[in-house]
Design a protein around this ligand. Structure first.
Ligand SMILES: Cc1cc2nc3c(=O)[nH]c(=O)nc-3n(C[C@H](O)[C@H](O)[C@H](O)COP(=O)(O)OP(=O)(O)OC[C@H]3O[C@@H](n4cnc5c(N)ncnc54)[C@H](O)[C@@H]3O)c2cc1C
Length: 353
C-alpha cells in the first residue's frame, strides 16, 4: 500500500504527529507493535501544567489521575519544597485517547503491527501483523520515527548511547500527596528515586545512568522502598512492576532525508530529570506539521523541523548534559548532595546562574 506519511510508534510523539497531519488533511498511517495502545505503561506519569498549551486535557478527563502542586527534593540532610504545577496522568488512557483522536481526524491506526525493516531506497517499510503473522509493505513519501528509546532504527540518526535505566513499582500510598517527591541518595548514584502519587497508590522508582553506575537495579529499588516504608509513606504490597530506558545524551540527529525523528527516538528526554512526555508531544506535533507542509508543497521541509526543534531544546539540553556530567560525580556525601542539587536540578533558581 502507498501513503503520504507513515508514522512508527503510537506513543505521545507518534499520535501527536498523526493528529497534526490529519488536521492538515494529509493521509497518514500510525503503526504500533502494541496490540492495545498505551499498555504496558513504562512511565512515572508526571507532566507539567505546560501540557495545557498542547493538549486539551478537559476533553480527556479520564486520562488525568490527579493534580500536582509541588515538587519536594529530598537531598540527604535537607528537603526543598518547590512549586511544580502539573498532573499525574493515567498514561495508558492518555496514550489510547491521543491515538483515538488521530483516528477520529482521519489517521489510520495499525495496532499490533511491528515495523521490522526500512528500505530507504524504495521508501518502504516492512511490517509484521503480530497476531495474523502477515507481512506487508507500506510505501511512503515521508516517514516519522516515534518508536521510543533504544528502538531498532537508531542507526539511521547517529544515536549516542547514554541511558538512565529505570525500574518502578506501583504500590499503596499511605498518606495523600499533592506533590511529587524526588530523592537523591548516595545509594542511588548518577540518578534518583521518586514517589509520584496516584490517589491511594504511588509510582515508586529509581533510575540510574548505566554503565557509569554499577548498582543492581532491583536491590537499589528495594532499599529505596524499604526507606519509604520505614517512614510510613508506602505499604508493602507491590501491585505492578515496570522498567524502561530514558535517553539522556541530548538531541540526536532529527532528520535523515525524508525521515523525521521525534520524542524519545529523537533524544527529547531531559538529560537530568528524564521528563519526556511533553517534549514528545511538542516534537511530534512539529514533525507532523512539517511533514504535512512537505507533502502539500511537494518539497522537503524536514530540515525546518530539525531547526525548530533544535532552537527549542538544543541549548537547554546541552546545559543539562554538561551539569549532569560535571555535578553527579561530586554528589558523594550527604552535605554535598543537598548543596550540589541546587545547581543540577532545573526547578532551582541556582540552576540558571
Ligand atoms: C520508568 C520511566 C518513568 C518515566 N517517567 C516519566 C515522567 O514521569 N514524566 C515524563 O515526562 N516522562 C517520563 N518518562 C519518559 C516518557 O515515558 C517518554 O519520554 C515518553 O513515553 C516518550 O514518548 P514517545 O512517544 O517518544 O515514545 P513511547 O511512549 O516509548 O512510544 C513509542 C511507541 O513506539 C512503539 N514501537 C517501538 N518500536 C516499534 C516498531 N518497530 N514497530 C512498531 N511500533 C514500535 C512502541 O510500542 C511504543 O508504543 C519515563 C520513562 C520511564 C522509562
Amino acid at each position: 500500500m502507498k501513503i503520504n506519511v507513515a508514522i512508527i510508534g503510537a506513543g505521545p510523539a507518534g499520535s501527536s504527529a498523526a493528529i497534526a497531519l490529519s488536521k492538515k488533511g494529509i493521509p497518514n498511517i500510525l503503526i504500533d507493535k502494541r496490540r492495545t495502545i498505551g499498555l504496558p505503561v513504562q512511565c512515572a506519569e508526571f507532566v507539567s501544567s505546560n501540557i495545557n498549551s498542547y493538549v486539551d486535557l478537559n476533553s480527556m478527563l479520564s486520562a488525568v489521575n490527579q493534580k500536582i502542586k509541588y515538587i519536594y527534593i529530598n537531598a540527604g540532610n535537607k528537603t526543598y519544597k518547590l512549586s511544580g504545577n502539573g498532573y499525574i496522568l493515567n498514561r495508558d488512557i492518555f496514550d489510547l485517547i491521543l491515538s483515538e483522536k488521530a483516528v477520529q481526524l482521519g489517521s489510520k491506526l495499525f495496532a499490533g503491527s511491528r515495523v521490522y525493516k526500512i528500505d530507504r531506497q524504495k521508501n518502504c517499510i516492512e511490517v509484521l501483523d503480530v497476531l495474523e503473522k502477515i507481512v506487508y509493505e507500506i510505501y511512503y513519501d515521508y516517514l516519522i520515527i516515534a518508536a521510543g528509546p533504544n528502538n531498532i532504527f537508531k542507526s539511521y540518526n547517529s544515536h549516542r548511547e547514554s541511558y538512565i535505566y529505570a525500574v518502578q513499582i506501583k504500590t499503596e500510598l499511605l498518606r495523600k500527596l499533592d506533590s511529587v517527591l524526588c530523592y537523591f541518595r548516595n545509594y542511588i548514584p548518577y540518578g534518583y528515586g521518586w514517589v509520584f502519587p496516584k490517589g491511594n497508590h504511588a509510582n515508586v522508582g529509581i533510575g540510574v545512568e548505566k554503565p557509569v553506575s554499577d548498582v543492581n537495579l532491583s536491590a537499589c529499588l528495594k532499599k529505596f522502598a524499604d526507606e519509604l516504608r520505614s517512614e510510613g509513606l508506602i505499604g508493602s504490597e507491590v501491585i505492578e512492576k515496570t522498567a524502561g530506558l530514558v535517553p539522556i545524551s541530548g538531541l540526536n540527529d532529527l532528520t535523515a532525508d525524508n525521515i523525521a525523528f521525534c520524542g524519545d527516538a529523537g533524544g527529547l528526554t531531559h538529560p537530568v530529570t528524564g521528563a519526556g512526555i511533553l517534549n514528545a508531544i511538542i516534537s511530534g506535533n512539529l514533525a507532523g506539521d512539517y511533514a504535512a507542509d512537505s507533502v502539500k508543497a511537494s518539497k522537503n521541509f524536514l530540515n525546518d523541523y530539525k531547526e525548530e526543534v533544535e532552537s527549542i531544546f538544543k541549548k537547554p539540553f546541552l546545559t543539562a548534559c554538561e551539569k549532569r556530567y560535571r555535578l553527579y560525580p561530586l554528589m558523594n556525601d550527604e552535605y554535598g548532595i543537598s548543596e550540589i542539587i541546587k545547581f543540577l536540578w532545573p526547578s532551582f533558581e541556582e540552576y540558571y546562574v
